[in-house]
Structure formats: structure tokens, C-alpha cells
Design a binder for this molecule. Structure first.
Ligand code: 6PG
Length: 475
């Protein structure tokens, strides 16, 4: 029988996705630009299901039932365009092309338009969970038309992770919505990791705990509200011993965080949407700073830090850091969901925010117990202006805020950078402020540039004649 679905691009993610489909009983055609990977897949895993190996794209297309469903799993950007360009002339009207890579949603919108003009369906689908997820059940965030999704749904929902019997795959919305949400997932992933790194740094440098001791702290945290994949693997990384030195693995790793770009995109896009995603922005900047070797070398040991040592109670400080981490994490998610809401409005995607929390509960890198709390928050109020004003969030931060403030204070006093903790706290304080100093900024703008201002007590725009009689005029 002809294959039901195809995967082209058999690096580890594509290979595992193909195996996942086959293991779930779907007939999968597989192809890779260099045939070695195809052969290796068949040789090693051919027994896992019904595979058809295709030597080239025409053979791949030939092996499929119609309408054809082809998943592209190659590098984002030009490599994806190259495959699409080669594939499109081989397809017939109604065929469905799925890009499961980490594409920029703007590229996905462009590609969908281009394929639509040719009578083809294009689905940009975010896939999260790394190699392990791709094989055993990722979180899947498909965009594209309802029609195309309906054709893919039985397969995608089956191969996705499941939590309490619910599939971690939901149609996100039209065109680029799926890739947008995947991008945001990664932005939150960056923020989560930065906050975890700050917690570790504080425990290490303020309390002087060793890496394995901190691993125990994270293990303990993983049994409470913070329970999540990233907290769990933090304990694993911190308890790893380096074979050659016998010391902690984390101490032999070069402290320069790399990035492939999805976190940076999130921040760039949020700037355009006008949504403050300060937690994610600080996470991206912290990675940039870590990699800025020239300036770090010029400054390390040269720029002075605080003179004295800060002393704190061990157990109380650990508990404070836990609160700071959780509260900052809540802020990052609140900001992330704001960005999704704003994009959904701008592009007319009509994204169900609660459902996004549901599909992130399993399979993906940011999977966490507290995502249920987000779902519940949107169930209580679908038009929630910010997650932070939901009862659960409000109370969680109310419980943690004094601790959070102490931690930011200790970090500053001890000279340990905590950009994620402090930016998130500033966002929280900015959000809840009755009056912001933005009033002064408006005054300055009006003085130097006649940019005008609005009043709290009257409608309209005004300008003060700063260089003349200093009287207020309608602008
Ligand atoms: C996922 C991950 C995945 C990838 C990150 C890494 O959801 O499975 O997010 O997409 O591992 O993009 O990103 P950086 O290399 O930019 O840290």
C-alpha cells in the first residue's frame, strides 16, 4: 500500500519523527538528501514499522497516497526554501506540505501564501521536545488552514505526547500561528533557563554551596510548584562529575551560552508588537554577554565589585531563591502569553491561550506542572488581561514577593548578576504601580520636542509653550 505520510530530512529530529510515525502504525516514506542517512534509518530501525525508502524527491512523492502529506525537517531558512522549491513542481493540487523545523513565522506566512497560489497547503508546525520528544511524543504546534489540519490531525495527535489522555497537539491557528507559538515557547525556554542559572549562581556564590549540593536543592524543588523538566535536568547536569578532572562537569564547561536564534526572534518580534518581554530579553542579553569574550576579559578582575561579603541564613535563603525563581517564572509566562495574545490579535489568529498551556504540558522542553494553572486561569476568564492578575498567580506572587525582593537585594549587594530576577520584579512593580514616571518622560518630550502630552483630567492633546509664556495650548 502507498505510504500515508513522508518525512524528508533525516537528521536526528526527522529520523525520530519518522520512527515515531512508524511505531504508531503509519506507513512512512523517508528521504534524505544524502542517501546514507536513509539507508541507516532502514537498517537500524526498519523493523519498527512500515517504511518506504525513497532515493530522491520524485520517488518520495511517487510513494504517497493522495492528497500527499510531506513533512520537511531540515534547517530553518534557506535549506527549507530549497526543499520546498524542489518539491513543489512535483506535487498536485490539494497536497499538504508540513514544515516541522524551527522556522520564523514570517517565513511560514510567506511560504503559505506562495503555496496557496499553486493550490497547495502549507502547514508550519512547531515541534518541541528535542530528539527524545520527537521519538516518544513531542508537543506539536501546527498552524495552517483548518482543512490541512483536519487531514493531518489523526496522525499528529497520535504521535504527540499525551497528558491525562489529552494529546499535546492542537491546531494553533491559521498560517504562521503554529510557528509563532513555537518561537514563544523557545523564548520562555530561554527565560526559564536564565532564571534557573541565576538561582544556581546565587546559591553557589552567596551560600558557597557546591554543585552537587545545589543539585539536591533542585531535586527538592522539583517536588513542589516548580516541578518541571528543566528543573529536573538541572539537578542531573549539576550532579554530573567530569571524568578527566573528577570535579563537577559544570565547572569544565566554557561559560559562553550559544543560541540558534529563536529566543532572539521572540524578543525582536515582541519589540515590534510593543509587548514587554523583559524576562526573555534579559535571557537573550545574558547569553550575548556570556559570549562577549573581549569585553569580559577586559573587565574581569579589573572592575571592582562589592567590598564586603553578604551573609545570609542558609535555609532561609534557599527558600527565598525558590520564591524568586517561581515568581520570576510566572512573570516570564505572563509576558509570553501577552505576546501570543497580541500577535493573535494583530494577525487574526484567534488563538485559544488556555489550549497553548495544555499542549505544553507534555513533550516539550518547558513542560511543567504549573502549566495546568495557566489553563485553569484562562478557563476562569478567557479574556484575562494578564496572567498575573489571575487569582492563583496573584496569590503565588503575593506569597513570594518579599522573598523575591530580598533575593534581588542580596544579589545586588553580593555582586552576583541576576538580570532575570530583577527585570521580572521591576516588571511586576511597574505593572502594579498606580502612577508611573512615564508622566515625567512625557513632560520632557513635550519640552524638547513639542511632542505633546495628555492630561489625567481632560480629553485631548496639549503642549506647553516652554520657551514662551509657559501656558498650555491645545495641540
Ligand atoms: C525544543 C527546543 C529546540 C532547540 C532549541 C535550542 O523545543 O525542542 O526549543 O527547538 O533545542 O531551539 O535553542 P538554542 O540553540 O537557541 O538554545
Amino acid at each position: 500500500a502507498p505510504a500515508q505520510i513522508a518525512v524528508t530530512g533525516l537528521a536526528v529530529m526527522g529520523r525520530n519523527l519518522a520512527r515515531n510515525l512508524a511505531r504508531n502504525g503509519f506507513r512512512v516514506a523517508v528521504h534524505n538528501r544524502s542517501q546514507g542517512r536513509t539507508d541507516a534509518l532502514i537498517e537500524e530501525f526498519g523493523h519498527e514499522g512500515e517504511f518506504t525508502a525513497a532515493a530522491d524527491l520524485p520517488a518520495l512523492v511517487e510513494s504517497l497516497e493522495t492528497p500527499r502529506k510531506i513533512i520537511i525537517m531540515v534547517k530553518a531558512g534557506e535549506p527549507t526554501d530549497a526543499v520546498i522549491d524542489e518539491l513543489v513542481p512535483l506535487l498536485d493540487e490539494g497536497d499538504i506540505v508540513v514544515d516541522a523545523g524551527n522556522a520564523h513565522f514570517a517565513d511560514t506566512r510567506r511560504r503559505e501564501d506562495a503555496l496557496k497560489a499553486k493550490g497547495l497547503h502549507f502547514v508550519g508546525a512547531g515541534v518541541s521536545g528535542g530528539e527524545e520528544g520527537a521519538l516518544n511524543g513531542p508537543s506539536i504546534m501546527p498552524g495552517g488552514s483548518t482543512f490541512a489540519y483536519a487531514a493531518l490531525e489523526p496522525m499528529l495527535t497520535k504521535i504527540a505526547a499525551h497528558v491525562n489522555g489529552e494529546s499535546c497537539c492542537v491546531h494553533v491557528g491559521p498560517d504562521g500561528a503554529g510557528h509563532f507559538v513555537k518561537m514563544l515557547h523557545n523564548g520562555i525556554e530561554y527565560a526559564d533557563m536564565q532564571l534557573i542559572a541565576e538561582a544556581y549562581d546565587l546559591l553557589r556564590h552567596v551560600l558557597g554551596l557546591s554543585a552537587p549540593e545545589i543539585a539536591d536543592v533542585f531535586r527538592d524543588w522539583n517536588s513542589g510548584d516548580l516541578e518541571s523538566f528543566l528543573i529536573e535536568i538541572t539537578a542531573e547536569v549539576l550532579s554530573q562529575v567530569d571524568e578527566s578532572t573528577g570535579g563537577p562537569f559544570v565547572d569544565v564547561v566554557l561559560d559562553q551560552a550559544e543560541q540558534k536564534g529563536t529566543g532572539r526572534w521572540t524578543v525582536q518580534v515582541a519589540l515590534d508588537l510593543g509587548i514587554p518581554v523583559s524576562g526573555m530579553a534579559e535571557a537573550v542579553f545574558a547569553r550575548s554577554l556570556s559570549g562577549d569574550v573581549v569585553r569580559r576579559e577586559a573587565a574581569a578582575g579589573v572592575l571592582p565589585g562589592p567590598a564586603g561579603k553578604v551573609s545570609v541564613d542558609r535555609d532561609a535563603f534557599i527558600e527565598d531563591v525558590r520564591h524568586a525563581l517561581y515568581s520570576s517564572k510566572l512573570v516570564a509566562y505572563a509576558q509570553g502569553f501577552d505576546a501570543i495574545r497580541a500577535a493573535s490579535e494583530q494577525y487574526g489568529w484567534n488563538i485559544d491561550l488556555g489550549a497553548m498551556a495544555t499542549i505544553w504540558r507534555g513533550g516539550c522542553i518547558i513542560r511543567a506542572r504549573f502549566l495546568d494553572r495557566i489553563k485553569e486561569a484562562y478557563d476562569r476568564d478567557a479574556n484575562l488581561p494578564s496572567l498575573l492578575v489571575d487569582d492563583y498567580f496573584k496569590e503565588a506572587v503575593a506569597n513570594g514577593q518579599e522573598a523575591w525582593r530580598r533575593v534581588v537585594g542580596v544579589a545586588a549587594a553580593a555582586g552576583v548578576p541576576a538580570p532575570g530576577f530583577s527585570a521580572s520584579l521591576s516588571y511586576y512593580d511597574g505593572l502594579r504601580a498606580e502612577r508611573l514616571p512615564a508622566a515625567l518622560i512625557q513632560g520632557l518630550r513635550d519640552l524638547f520636542g513639542a511632542h505633546t502630552y495628555h492630561r489625567v483630567d481632560r480629553e485631548g492633546a496639549f503642549h506647553l509653550d516652554w520657551s514662551g509664556d509657559r501656558k498650555e495650548h491645545d495641540a
